[in-house]
Ligand binder design. Structure first.
Ligand code: PMP
Length: 340
């Protein structure tokens, strides 16, 4: 018998997949942690589970309580599903610019969805600030209370990656890992996995793959939080040092364009059967840059954050890509010429 007691037990222990093209081109082993294989189809299931468990342990989340969060979508999906499995209602605040597929998934998971205009973090109507206010209000008025998951500044998020992602990568590579790199939304994945791996071997290089429009590349390269340009990627692109990012052991930052990431997405889909979201393309592009810096013969691990069907209307939609001035691969519009 090989069974899991519940869907929650199926979170984590994801495979490490060798990425053939990127490995062959660099002479390194480039391995992707298949986080799209979690029950909520993203890396954020781990953070959701650790945040909920931590709140239960602290006594802030009580039986029948409500989980409230502001999210680009994936954390909300994780919280809603883990909440369903454990008997908690969820209220999710999302910027209206995020993909329809993620909003649809949140609705069918039973989350109460509140869409708000996308405004900067410092604006009081930013989705994160709105979610905090709703959590405080519900905690006052709901008999069983409510918690604000606060994924950006709640370090239970990165603790999940210290205790699971980093340990899994160490075991899966038999300790033969030379580099780890990914992008930052909250910073939980990068800081947590980085801290966990450095505890095993401080020589492991930790890289940041930052999309355009984020401020972290400039911060880690030049000590200044400054953003330039913009990106279609969702769930990544941070403008401040969150609590999860504090003391993150980042050795080498890279800035990755949408085009560089998307071409990797299209290659992995057509040549390797991996249908991934945009942040995964940016992560693998970052892994290739780190591999080139370290030289042939090294093993680099990155994160395949979520599944590509979550973005069918955007990065896999020729009209959307053209509007953004991004490349449209020929196969995306190919029609069958088979006669019937
Ligand atoms: N990729 C996607 C698709 C995400 O939704 C997120 C989380 N917002 C990330 C990457 C970044 O993960 P983290 O929050 O751990 O930095």
């Amino acid at each position: 018998m090989d069974t899991r007691a519940s869907a929650i037990e199926a979170i984590g222990n994801t495979p490490l997949i060798r990425l053939k093209g990127p490995s062959e081109r660099t002479g390194c082993e480039i391995l992707g942690k298949a986080e799209f294989m979690n029950p909520g189809q993203s890396v954020k299931d781990r953070a959701a589970l650790f945040i909920i468990r931590d709140a239960v342990k602290r006594g802030t989340l009580k039986p029948g309580g409500i989980i409230v969060e502001g999210t680009a979508g994936n954390t909300g999906i994780g919280l809603a599903l883990v909440g369903n499995a454990l008997g908690y209602r969820s209220v999710i605040v999302i910027p209206e610019t995020q993909s329809q597929e993620k909003k649809d998934m949140l609705r069918i998971a039973g989350a109460e969805l509140i869409e708000v205009p996308a405004v900067p973090y410092k604006n009081p109507n930013n989705y994160i600030k709105v979610s905090q206010r709703i959590a405080e209000e519900l905690n006052r008025t709901h008999p069983q209370g409510a918690i604000w998951a606060n994924q950006f500044d709640n370090v239970a998020n990165r603790q999940g990656h210290i205790e699971t992602t980093a340990q899994e990568i160490w075991q899966q590579t038999d300790g033969k890992v030379d580099g780890f790199i990914c992008a930052v939304g909250t910073g939980g994945t990068l800081a947590g996995t980085g801290i966990g791996l450095k505890e095993k071997n401080p020589n492991i290089k930790i890289g940041l793959a930052d999309p355009h429009g984020a401020a972290l590349y400039n911060y880690y390269a030049h000590g200044e939080l400054k953003s330039e340009g913009s990106s279609i990627s969702e769930g990544i692109g941070q403008g401040r040092i969150t609590a999860n990012l504090e003391d993150a052991p980042i050795d080498t930052p890279y800035r990755i364009s949408d085009e560089e990431g998307l071409l990797i997405n299209f290659e992995l889909l057509q040549n390797e059967g991996l249908c991934l979201g945009g942040s995964s393309g940016i992560n693998v592009a970052g892994a290739i840059r780190l591999a080139k810096e370290l030289g042939p013969g090294h093993t680099i691990v990155t994160v395949l954050c979520d599944y590509g069907t979550r973005y069918q209307g955007k990065m896999f939609n020729p009209t959307f890509l053209r509007e953004k001035g991004l490349p449209v691969p020929e196969w995306m519009e190919r029609k069958s010429d088979i006669a019937i």
